[in-house]
Write a protein that binds this ligand. Structure first.
Ligand code: 5AD
Ligand code: SF4
Length: 469
């Protein structure tokens, strides 16, 4: 059932009051926090809210884990090994805690939403005192209060799908920001754990999204990335009165907003209306992250992806004809249960045909509780590994091939970093279609837009020169 309720203002006010009480206790003591984030942009965005709260509670951020008074791991459970790594990380903190008894060690994020996980961790690690899931971020002040008072708690409310607006955020990138437009996922791709841990799909109100974008732009940000597990199904439940293309139009005229990015897009929901919005709106970037997962229609069916190879390729073709300089990136899984050599060849030929600018490639890993984990004909690890390296080799060649077409191209780049290790300072940044370019220039150009002409290529990026600053 779609609840699409919001956390009430009264509840948020109560949390804010606890935060300001805590502030009076914590700030004078000079306590610090360290948050380590694993996984995708959703988690990065959640960590901004967690850090925002911790600042409001009186902590200061530190990048030195060993001296922090509060250490928090924001975890991910989408692919394997994360659990093992986390256990190692947490285990290693025991000694630190022994030497610093007042330290609070906490774990949060999607992994904590997995059935039984929170309890298991509390039992296994007596030095951990705070565990919470992704749906209760608005209650962090109350949780910190309880832990400061000596409790050990696990707060994971899987059923709570309500959206909390107006939570604090600590964003440290002055040019670019993530903005959630929806939470959760209803697609139940058969390999994926996200719908089980992040809950049902719910969309934010368009006016809340727009007002967040306006205040970001006022603070100097010119590039935003709209986030959702599947942004193309924004408003599909009828709760917002708008679909994704309408939302793009609705925020595109925010004065000073130079670039709108968005991710991820599910191919089954990428409508013609969205294609036209990308083509027509001047600040919507010409880049679509469009996870294909497999190039074989039979495997796509078993993955419950609800599109065929042909449909996927037709989206690429249609978008390219509407928007000639558009670039695509993708996610691909190899070794899904039942993937024959022939099916894998279909993925290889799709990659050859589609011409992705880049691909994030994964060996299938069974996630407990998902449909695919119970499928027969699981693929041996050695075969997955071999397919993954064949695929990576092909994509590496395709990336270089794609890069070559940029020689001589020029356009506006948003400078996002610099490297002073070589003989001259190299700046780097992206064209609006997500292509990364390196060029020599002064660090003062950080966070600014400069025109750059491409003069050469690297394996994964372009080399260029400033044509005017
Ligand atoms: N095994 C391997 N890769 C997975 N992904 C999601 N679940 C799994 C899994 N069980 C990949 C998909 C998705 C990306 C975020 O992670 O490609 O698009
Ligand atoms: Fe997972 Fe599929 Fe939802 Fe993406 S669309 S989060 S792969 S279930």
């Amino acid at each position: 059932m779609k609840s699409n309720l919001f956390i009430s203002e009264q509840e948020l006010d109560a949390q804010r009051r606890i935060a300001s009480q805590l502030y009076r206790e914590i700030e004078p003591r000079g306590l610090t926090f360290f948050v380590e984030t694993f996984g995708c942009q959703m988690n990065v965005r959640d960590s901004e809210t967690i850090k925002g709260w911790l600042i409001d509670i009186g902590y200061a951020e530190t990048d030195d884990k060993t001296s922090a008074d509060l250490i928090l791991f924001n975890t991910c459970c989408v692919r394997d090994h994360a659990e093992k790594r986390l256990m190692g990380n947490i285990g290693a903190l025991k000694e630190l805690k022994d030497n610093h008894p007042g330290m609070i060690i906490g774990i949060c994020g999607c992994m904590m939403q997995q059935e039984g996980m929170a309890k298991k961790l509390l039992k296994r690690f007596p030095h951990v005192s705070l565990i919470f899931g992704t749906n209760v971020l608005h209650r962090l002040p109350e949780m910190i209060r309880r832990v400061m008072d000596g409790e050990r708690i696990a707060v994971t409310d899987r059923a709570n799908d309500a959206i909390a607006e107006g939570l604090p955020k600590l964003r440290d990138n002055p040019r670019s920001a993530f903005v959630n437009i929806m939470y959760g996922c209803d697609n139940f791709c058969s390999y994926c754990i996200v719908p089980y841990v992040r809950g049902r799909e719910r969309s934010r109100r368009p006016e809340d999204v727009r007002s967040e974008v306006c205040s970001l732009v006022e603070s100097g940000i010119s590039e935003i990335t709209l986030l959702g597990q599947n942004v193309n199904s924004y408003g599909n439940d009828g709760s917002t009165g708008m679909h994704f293309a309408d939302l793009l139009r609705y925020i595109s005229d925010v004065p000073g907003l130079k670039r709108i990015r968005f991710m991820s897009s599910h191919p089954k929901d990428l409508s013609e209306d969205v294609m036209h919005a990308i083509a027509e709106l001047p600040n919507v970037c010409h880049h679509v992250h469009l996870p294909v997962q497999s190039g074989n229609s039979e495997i796509l069916k078993r993955m419950n992806r609800k599109y065929t190879r042909e449909h996927y390729l037709s989206i690429i073709e249609n978008l390219r004809s509407l928007v000639p300089d558009i670039e695509f990136t993708t996610d691909i899984i190899v070794g899904f249960p039942g993937e024959t050599e022939e099916a894998f060849r279909d993925t290889m030929s799709l990659v050859d045909e589609a011409g992705f600018a880049a691909a994030f490639t994964f060996a299938y890993s069974p996630r407990q509780g998902t449909v695919a984990a119970k499928m027969e004909d699981q693929i041996p690890e050695a075969i997955k590994k071999r397919r993954l390296s064949e695929l990576n080799e092909l994509q590496a060649r395709k990336t270089v091939e794609n890069n070559r077409k940029y020689i001589g191209y020029s356009g506006e780049v948003l400078v996002e970093g610099f490297d002073t290790r070589g003989t001259e300072t190299m700046l780097y940044g992206k064209y609006q279609n997500f292509k990364m370019v390196y060029f020599s220039g002064q660090p003062e150009l950080m966070n600014q837009y400069v025109n750059v002409r491409v003069t050469g290529i690297n394996k994964n990026s372009l080399i260029g020169e400033i044509i005017d600053a």
